[in-house]
Design a protein. Structure first.
Length: 166
């Protein structure tokens, strides 16, 4: 009886493991469909649980939605939180978004241009075309010394696998 119970538990555990990616894929696809239909609140309900479980793309989507106020509150701090989580997983779109959140504070004024440069540089190094364009813009607002310091921070961040970025 105990051996049989152990076998049943093993089969159930294997089934749950094999079905988990499908469940995530379904939620992801449903979220994308809702987003495409501009049903942003519904999309957020699909993306948020995935983001909370560490899915970098879902974290990026939630961050973008908070930045724009799409289906969720327009909240710069939450946008930074979610984009930072995704950026530290190497998601270049999130790195660009995070850079933009540091570059333009509330009302469009410059917030932390050097930190913005750092995140743009990290994404640009990985080949992100948008980041390369933003670097050119941000560079015009920094001194050569500030650029050198931001590049050093970017190198430290990337070489530490995003553990030493702040």
């Amino acid at each position: 009886m105990i051996k049989r119970l152990g076998c049943i538990v093993s089969v159930l555990a294997l089934g749950l493991t094999l079905n988990a990616p499908l469940a995530h894929a379904g939620k992801w696809e449903d979220g994308l469909k809702a987003f495409a239909r501009k049903e942003y609140a519904a999309a957020a309900k699909f993306f948020r649980p995935l983001a909370e479980k560490g899915n970098a793309v879902a974290q990026y989507r939630i961050a973008l939605m908070h930045k724009m106020g799409l289906g969720v509150s327009k909240d710069r701090k939450l946008a930074q939180k979610w984009s930072r989580l995704a950026a530290k997983q190497g998601n270049t779109d999130a790195q660009v978004l995070l850079g933009s959140l540091y570059y333009k504070g509330e009302g469009g004024e410059s917030d932390d241009i050097a930190r913005a440069y750092m995140w743009y540089d990290i994404a640009a190094t990985q080949g992100n075309a948008d980041a390369k364009k933003e670097l050119a813009t941000v560079s015009n607002e920094l001194t050569p010394q500030q650029i050198a310091e931001a590049r050093a921070k970017a190198q430290k961040c990337a070489s530490s696998s995003y553990k030493q970025c702040d």
